[in-house]
Design a protein around this ligand. Structure first.
Ligand code: HPA
Length: 276
């Protein structure tokens, strides 16, 4: 057993001492969306700081708990708060919780995040299903020695976003009368927001939204065979589009404003993936 996998196993074993739930679905909640976790039934709460090998979260608006419970009869694990590259975490460490939860039994994952809208047809408050991404962080969570127990050295990214799950999510949005955009998420390392020139560059190369997270977790999730679905909340227009500065407060405020609509979409998604 590799040393990296031994650590994953150790964290998995600890979680098993705190909860007897084997999650099918993993949810990762981004800025301003952390409250969704309060909906879990029969909830076990495990602070990240108690889990061996878990990184620490440092961002306001991001809680640091693993929640295990049930939603609509589906065993779910929620990461309430996530780890960002700009906090100084190595991307290999950002991958760690994803790998642990896969090891615990999760089969699919729904990521959410906050992003700036690059596509001019989008507006603040819109939800966007991520159909592809551009990794502009200059790094990969798979960098370094491969963790063979989790997946192979070289992985396909043409099918990273699970087509059947995307169809389900689109159907859920239609059913709920929620407008769901689709597009390409571009990860910038942050923590500074982008410059107007960087956003023009991003638009030119095909990005619809800019954010500072999720791509490392997506790559790690793809590596270990999790089925992936992801939603971005457009909390603001990206830099330079409007004649106003960007702020974390605006991101949090819009996140709060959409949280009901977002929760309805996720509720419906969970009900539909019960059968998958
Ligand atoms: N850029 C990067 N990340 C973000 C933004 C943005 O405009 N809004 C929310 N997260």
């Amino acid at each position: 057993m590799s040393q990296a996998y031994a650590q994953i196993q150790k964290a998995t074993d600890y979680i098993r001492t705190q909860s007897n739930i084997t999650p099918k679905l993993m949810l990762v909640l981004g800025s301003g969306l952390g409250d969704y976790g309060d909906r879990l039934q029969k909830m076990d709460v495990i602070p990240y700081q108690n889990i061996p090998g878990f990184p620490r979260t440092t961002v306001p608006g991001h809680k640091g708990n693993l929640l295990l419970g049930e939603l609509f009869g589906v065993p779910v694990v929620i990461m309430q708060g996530r780890f960002h590259y700009y906090e100084g975490h190595r991307q290999q460490d950002i991958a760690f919780p994803v790998r642990v939860l896969r090891n615990l039994g999760a089969q699919m994952v729904l990521f959410t995040n906050a992003a700036g809208a690059i596509n001019m047809d989008f507006k603040p408050g819109d939800l966007m299903m991520i159909t592809d991404h551009i990794n502009y962080s200059g790094m990969s969570p798979l960098f370094g020695e491969n963790v063979d127990e989790m997946g192979p050295r070289f992985i396909d990214m043409t099918q990273a976003y699970d087509k059947p799950l995307q169809q389900i999510l689109l159907a859920c949005a239609r059913e709920q009368g929620i407008s769901l955009k689709q597009g390409v998420y571009m990860m910038f390392p942050g923590p500074q927001f982008e410059t107007p020139a960087e956003i023009r560059f991003a638009r030119t190369i095909g990005a619809d939204a800019a954010g500072m997270s999720t791509v490392p977790e997506i790559i790690a999730a793809r590596h270990c065979g999790l089925r992936i679905c992801a939603i971005s909340c457009m909390t603001n227009m990206a830099a330079g589009i409007l004649d106003q500065p960007l702020s974390h407060e605006e991101v949090m405020e819009t996140g709060r404003m959409v949280s009901d609509r977002f929760a309805r979409l996720v509720d419906t998604f969970i009900q539909h993936v019960r059968e998958v």
